[in-house]
Design a protein around this ligand. Structure first.
Ligand code: AP5
Length: 216
């Protein structure tokens, strides 16, 4: 099963992708995580991407398309993957179609996570992750069971993303509207687009996605 989670920054794509990964034994392919790893490693891709990401703009299509194309060729993707943060432009959507066709792979479902924008800044400003395992939390909506200790790995160090500032979130939202939202009709036309209510609680959103997948 190969899926796309689509939605604006803070819609919950990463949160739900991690849950689907575990439940369905899929691989989460987050272009944001891949780029952040490249920045941390100091690679050429990372150097090219850092300034663009920190400003909240989209990294050039060619760079992202090459990165995903290489990644889905790796053996672990044969069991199925969840694309989180890709595609984000019409050019990326068309390139994905071409690479899936070339590799004999199929896209099963594109799930749009619908949210009201006024809550997105709040979700993003309150977000933090475990510095050891990357598990995601929120100051109010998703706290560790024991304060200051990661539920997943017991780590005690946490960090926030450099692009999770209010100004940058607004730029990222603008990029979503002008460059990413136009691909929704593209997938509607292919008959693979379904929507869930991303305003619901985290568990309820997971249930809605499971219903969509059960019916797909
Ligand atoms: P990326 O890392 O993809 O960021 P994004 O799309 O802005 O999405 P986020 O990770 O901010 O949000 P999310 O939907 O995953 O929300 P989350 O689950 O964490 O991209 C970063 C940058 O990289 C881009 O700006 C761009 O520069 C570059 N880039 C990446 N891909 C690219 C591409 N394809 N092309 C070009 N450039 C690219 O949830 C947020 C918070 O809310 C969490 O704290 C969570 O606990 C909480 N939460 C989640 N769901 C709920 C809920 N239902 N109720 C209450 N709280 C919730």
């Amino acid at each position: 099963m190969n899926l796309i989670l689509l939605g604006p920054p803070g819609a919950g794509k990463g949160t739900q992708a991690k849950r689907l990964e575990q439940r369905h034994n899929l691989i989460q392919l987050s272009t944001g995580d891949m780029l952040r790893a490249a920045v941390a490693s100091g690679s050429e891709i990372g150097r090219k991407a850092k300034e663009v990401m920190d400003a909240g703009h989209l990294v050039p299509d060619e760079l992202i398309i090459a990165m995903i194309s290489d990644r889905i060729e790796q053996d672990d993707c044969a069991k199925g993957f969840i694309l989180d943060g890709f595609p984000r432009t019409t050019r990326q959507a068309e390139a994905l179609d071409a690479m899936l066709a070339e590799k004999g792979m199929k896209l099963h479902s594109v799930i749009e996570m619908k949210v009201n924008e006024d809550i997105l800044v709040d979700r993003i400003i309150g977000r933090y992750i475990c510095a050891t395992c990357g598990a995601g939390y929120h100051d109010r909506y998703l706290r560790p069971k024991v304060a200051g200790v990661c539920d997943n790995c017991g780590g005690t160090e946490f960090r926030r993303r450099a692009d999770d500032t209010e100004d940058t979130v607004r730029t990222r939202l603008a990029a979503y509207h002008t460059q990413t939202a136009p691909i929704l009709p593209y997938y509607q036309g292919k008959g693979v687009l379904q929507a869930v209510d991303g305003m619901a609680g985290i568990d309820e959103v997971t249930d809605q996605i499971e219903q969509v997948l059960g019916a797909a």
